[in-house]
Design a protein around this ligand. Sequence first.
Ligand code: UDP
Ligand code: MG
Length: 320
Amino acid sequence: MERAEPEMTVIIPVYNEEVHIYRSLRHIEEELERLTASYEIIVIDDGSRDGTWEQLILSGQRSPRLTALRLSRNFGKELALCAGLEHASGRAVIIMDSDLQHPPMLLPEMVRLWREEGKEIVECVKQDRGKESLDKAVGSALFYSILNHLSGFDLRGASDFKLLDRKVVQAWREMPERNTFFRGMTAWLGFNRAQISFEVPERADGHSQWSFLGLMKLAVNAVVAFSSIPLRFVSLFGIVFLLGAAVLGVQTLYQKIVGNAVTGFTTVILLLLIIGSVIMISLGIIGEYIASIYNEVKGRPRYLVSQRIFSEISAGASED
Ligand code: UDP
Ligand code: MG
């Protein structure tokens, strides 16, 4: 029986990827075989509704190094990653997508930087974003420019394709929040880091599972998790409108004194509309933060595992 503690753990979140997951895993494994004799792969099935789990069972029969966790429903990629990080036991942990858009051929360089240069975080940065629809490209450019300003971290081109030393994983586990944004949290952690840039290849097969709404949710969660500046905007709006109100108030009083008070009707309607919408937006922003506090306070588990496939390595570990 092998040691319970592999040199490397590879974490792969999957959601509805039945078409190519078996092949992709084999491909990733072949690359790993060349790098180390001691690794484990943890695949997190994020509540797939197609035959992904069956494909993982097949993959598990082929490969003794595969562990798979099936989440009880779709919790989203961020939480699937959490599940992986909490179960990883390797001295280095590599996070990658299942669709080969995070090219396995970068693994040797990532591992070299960790092994030989002692880098504790190796991040792969997207040089160009590959083939993407225009709305997604524009949306993500906008999102990152806002997030960079608000959070103070440069996250342009950031991807989840990373190698983390065990120390970093340990530090990450000490961040108790439920609203996780992996890319941002690893930036916050610091540590000795290196970057490799890569071009995003086309998806192996199937199509991206992100919906527009899903991405919006990710964006709002990321901003709320990383910055409270939007709350300050609310106060700023208030001050700006107070100044406006003072000027208009003086003008209205003047009109009253001069004797043509009724003409202000348009102004009144406009002001009502504008102030109304600013109040709504402000309440919405505050609401997002309250919702986020509420979620943290509830203290529910971040995800639930409904089924597992154990690798021989982790089966050995659980017997210890
Ligand atoms: N994924 C997941 N849960 C989700 C959506 C996606 O685990 O709710 C996985 C997906 O299977 C893939 C990775 O996250 O391995 C990246 O997803 P995708 O390729 O759809 O996103 P993109 O490459 O467009 O960022
Ligand atoms: Mg992809």
